[in-house]
Each structure stands twice: as C-alpha cells, then as structure tokens.
Design a binder for this molecule. Structure first.
Ligand SMILES: Nc1ncnc2c1ncn2[C@@H]1O[C@H](COP(=O)(O)OP(=O)(O)OP(=O)(O)O)[C@@H](O)[C@H]1O
Length: 565
C-alpha cells in the first residue's frame, strides 16, 4: 500500500511542480496538497470496506441466529487469539512511541526538496525572469527517476512498511479470521450452534460497532478530501492568464540593433490583488532609445518597480500600449523576450542549491550539462564572482562553490524524542545552515546576473534596488560593473541612491503617485527645479557625509564587462 501511496504522491507532486512553474505572477496561487488524491482514494476504499463489512456482519448474525452450528468452539478460540500474536510480532518492529531523530541523506531526495522550493512564490519571479522553468522540470524528473520507489513518508510509516509482507498480511487478516471462519461454517455446514454461535454473535457485535463507528468517522473527512482533490485538479488547470505572442524576439533583421527600444504609451495598471482603488500606474508615457542608460526615480510606492514588471511581462497593462522595438509587447513570444532580458532586483534571492548552481542558473543553457564546455562555464563563474564582489564570500567556505547556503532538509525528531536534550541538540545540528549577511547575499545574487550578462546576448537589463544591503562603496562598485556590461544593451536602473549614476544617465524618468512627472537629463531636470531636483538635493546631502576612504575606493572601480570570445 505504502508504495502505491508514494507513487501517486510523486506523480501528483510532479504535476503540481510543473503547473506552478508554468503559471505567471498574475495567475492567482492556491494551496494544493498532492497527498490529497491518494488520501481520497484510501478514504473511499475504507468507507466502502466499512459499508460492505457492516452488511456482511448483519447478514451473518441473522444467519447464525436462524441456523446455528456445532464443533467449532476450539477453532474459534484459537482464531480469536491470533490477532494478538500478529500484533506482538509487528509491535517489536514499530517506531511509534520511541525516541529518535533522523536526517535524510539521500542526495536525490535532498535535491528534489530543494527544487520543490524553487516553485514557491518567494522565488518565482526570479525563476520566471531567468527562464529556467524547463531546466528545473528536467532536473526534477531526474531526481524522481533516481528515487524510483524509495519512500519519503514519515519514519514511523516507513518502518512499518518494511515489515515482512507475511506479518503485514497476517496483521490485516487475523482480526477478520473469526468472522471468515464463522461465515464459512454457517454457510456450508448449517447445524445447531451453542458456544460457537455465542462467540460469533459476540464477536460480530463488537465488529459491527467498530465498523459502524468507522462509517461515521470517515464520512466527513472523505467529503473534505473530495473538496481538496477538486481544488488540486482545479489548480493544475490554472493556465497562465497571459496570452503568448507569436513574433520572435528580436525580430528578423533586428538582431544587430544595439539594445532594445522601449515606449510606454498612456499605460495604466492596477495590481490584480490591489485593495485600494488607486492605480499603480496612470497614463504613463515615455520613450527609451536602444542602448540608453535610464534611471527611474521617485519616492516609495510611486510605481518604479511596476514599470519594470510590465516590461518583463509579469503582468499586462490594463490600458495603453508598451512597444518593444516598435511592436506591442504582447505580440512577442514571452520566452524569447525573457531570454534577451536580464533582471536584478532586491526581491531576488538565493536558490536552495549550491553556490555554483546559483550562479550558473543565470544562463540556463550554460547550466544544462553538455550544452557548453565546463571549463568555459567555470571561467565565467569566476569572473561573475569578481564583478559582483562575492569572491571573498565564497572563499570563506571550506566547500567553496559547492556550499549550499540554505538548509535543504532539517531532519525529523519523533514526538517522544522532543524534550530529550541530547536528541534536541542533534536535531538542531541538522538544521544549522551556512549563512551569509544581507550584503553578501546580494552580491551572490548579482553574480548570477553577471553570469547571464557574460553568457547571453542580453538586450535589455533592468536593475531594481539590488544593493540596499551594500555599503555605499560596495553599491558604487556594483553599479560601475553593471554599467561596464552596458555595451550593446539598454539599461534601466531603479534606485533611491542614484547620485553616482545620474551623470552617466542618458535619460532620467521621475515618477510620482503612478505618473511620470518629469523626464530629461540630470542637467535639464536640476535646472527645472521640480521633483527630481528635490530628490537629488536630498541625495547630495547624504553624499556629502561620505568618508574620503569610500571616495577613494569608488575612484578605483571602472572595469568594462563584455561577452567572452
Ligand atoms: N503585488 C502587488 N499587489 C498589490 N499592490 C501592489 C503590488 N506591488 C506593488 N503594489 C502597489 O503599487 C504601487 C506601486 O508600487 P511599486 O512597487 O511600483 O512602487 P516603487 O516606486 O517601486 O516603490 P519602492 O520605492 O518602495 O520600491 C504601490 O502603491 C504599491 O503598494
């Protein structure tokens, strides 16, 4: 039974994993339980068994009372004792009630658990932006194949399923043996009954009560489970609400264009989950030429991130048009667009995989073993670490690039084991994760973007506050290296600390309350003395407090980044 439970669960988990990864951010997420399907089947069988059992027992009592039978007393006594022997055989092999702690060590299981986390809402926008869904599904299938029929249930269940088949069958059948024997005799050798008749009637009465109680107990959970199975299948049918386009990106003949041209024409947008009536963007219009370096500025909640999200087609605008190289964004194939875009945001996080894989996933094709040379990938990984300033962080760990930063599995402590100091300590040691600071985390995430920039001919780069945890020198260095990757690309930066970027900007877009209030160069906007000038002056004051050593460090940075080869 356990093996079938597991196979159904694995198959449902796989379908759920694929369904989650194929949905866009605009598709509402639901809680879905892959175990519900088998649970429903089990409960239905149990209920059917209880109904059948009740009917048979009733029929038996009627039959015994009407006919009766003899010479069966000894057999009845022996059969009544059998369940106790069977139970005691199994009890010695059970984990229930024992104190223990376990830690999963199977590499495929650990990898599967890690991959499952990548379909979670927290990491989804990054997975979508990087376009690594197919890679993840392929990797997931590999782990499933490696695991085959290795069960992943609670240790108690696992241990039980390892009992010899003979004992399992015996334990299931023994309690029914008396009934079966009585039914057999009553049907084939009908005669008068004395002691045996009493035993059957008594036993049947007990069983009847039990099965009737089961009927009452299982009905409600079955109805609940049916509803949860409905939700599960409903969730699988969730299709991305976004319609994909058919035009390849870049369009034939536009491949050599340096960067992407972007135009917003009267774009308005409301988040599907927005509670307030206020639009995140209202009639936003601006134009960006291919290859420009653009900075979007504005106070909190003004709509800067929303502009980038619409540009990556995480959502579609409610009205207005977004043109990419002169063509409405909806007409392009989404996967093509995302492949030629790179996105780095402060929401982006580390995946629960090794540091190497975290970086390599910046270029999904490079991440696929065999599609590129390992030594070239290794070289680009090192360069990405250098540019993001994460080299020192990696060198801190004895396992270097093979270090996994998030705990992939935290083990399991039995109910009775809780409170036992030694076991608690052991359990804690399983959960201990190798950790990094917020700034180190941001540098490692940035290394993934550099991997992308160094491996793929990306045409549009969007950078949204990726350095909130970095010190000013670290931030300056990161931005300088990102600007170094600018050749042949359009770049959009969203940052609150834009002072050292503005002098390089071809265009500054200033947004306020979901509307574009000013556009122009730094000189033009300062001269205008409006919203931008106000924000800039606040920045300027902050910069005047920088230490001279930080300025020194900033002057030293200026590396140019390009695609190798
Ligand atoms: N997922 C969401 N669901 C509902 N409303 C959202 C969502 N994300 C953002 N908003 C709302 O949309 C508006 C614009 O948000 P946006 O994130 O674009 O602002 P921002 O200028 O990037 O702000 P910040 O500088 O704080 O990052 C805000 O009012 C915000 O509360």
């Amino acid at each position: 039974m356990e093996i079938y439970r597991m196979r159904v669960k694995h198959s449902m988990e796989e379908r759920l994993f694929e369904a989650k990864l194929s949905c866009n951010l605009s598709t509402p997420s639901q809680t879905r339980d892959p175990a519900a399907v088998f649970h429903c089947l089990e409960l239905s069988l149990r209920l059917a068994q209880s109904i059948l059992s009740t009917l048979l027992q009733l029929r038996l009592i009627v039959h015994v009372v009407n006919t009766g039978f003899q010479h069966a007393g000894v057999t009845f006594v022996l059969l009544s004792l059998a369940p106790m022997f069977a139970d005691s055989m199994l009890l010695n092999r059970q984990l229930w009630g024992k104190k223990y702690v376990v830690q999963p060590i199977n590499e495929s299981y650990l990898r599967k658990s890690a991959l499952l986390k990548l379909a979670d809402e927290r990491l989804k926008s990054e997975v979508i932006a990087a376009g690594i869904e197919d890679y993840l599904i392929r990797e997931y299938r590999k782990t499933q194949e490696n695991l085959r029929d290795i069960p992943d249930t609670m240790p108690e269940m696992l241990y039980r399923s390892q009992n010899p088949l003979f004992s399992q069958v015996l334990s299931e059948l023994c309690p029914q043996a008396v009934m079966l024997y009585a039914a057999f005799i009553a049907l084939f050798t009908p005669s008068k009954i004395s002691l045996a008749q009493l035993a059957v009637v008594e036993r049947t009465n007990i069983s009847l009560r039990r099965t009737f109680t089961e009927l009452m107990i299982w009905t409600n959970p079955l109805l609940e489970t049916v509803a949860s199975v409905e939700r599960f299948y409903g969730g699988l049918d969730n299709k991305p609400q976004m319609v994909d386009g058919e035009t390849p990106y870049p369009r034939p003949g536009h491949d050599n264009q340096k960067g992407t041209a972007v135009e917003f024409r009267n774009v308005s947008f409301n988040y599907p989950a927005a509670k307030t009536g206020r639009s995140a963007l209202s009639s936003v219009s601006f134009t960006i030429q291919p290859g420009q370096l653009v900075i979007i500025v504005g106070s909190n909640g003004s709509g800067k991130t929303t502009i980038l999200k619409l540009l990556s087609r995480f959502y579609d605008a409610n009205s207005g048009t977004i043109l990419i190289d002169g063509v409405p964004i909806q007409e392009y194939r989404i996967q093509d667009l995302r492949r030629r875009f790179a996105m780095l945001t402060q929401e982006h996080d580390l995946f629960p995989l090794s540091i190497r894989e975290n970086i390599v996933l910046g270029a999904p094709d490079g991440a696929d073993p065999g599609t590129d040379k390992p030594e070239v990938i290794a070289e680009i990984v090192q360069e990405s670490l250098r540019l993001s300033g994460a080299e020192k962080t990696v060198n801190k760990f004895s396992e270097g690039l093979n270090t996994t930063l998030d705990p992939r599995s935290d083990g399991h402590i039995s109910f009775n084991g809780r409170g036992d100091a030694e076991l608690e300590k052991m359990h804690e040691s399983f959960t201990k994760s190798t950790s990094v600071s917020g700034g180190e985390r941001q540098r490692l995430v940035a290394a993934r973007t550099f991997m992308r920039l160094l491996s793929i001919p990306v045409k549009l780069v969007t950078v949204d506050e990726p350095s909130s945890a970095l010190d000013p020198a670290g931030e300056f260095q990161l931005f300088a290296h990102l600007r170094g990757a600018r050749e042949g690309r359009t770049m959009l930066f969203v940052t609150h600390r834009f002072g050292h970027l503005t002098k390089h900007a071809d265009l500054i877009i200033c947004v306020k309350d979901g509307q574009v209030v000013e556009t122009g160069t730094h000189v033009e906007l300062v001269a205008l003395g409006g919203e931008y000038a106000h924000l800039y002056n606040v920045q300027a004051q902050a910069f005047s407090t920088e230490t001279s050593s930080q300025r020194e460090e900033m002057r030293d940075v200026g590396t140019t980044v390009g695609i190798p080869g």
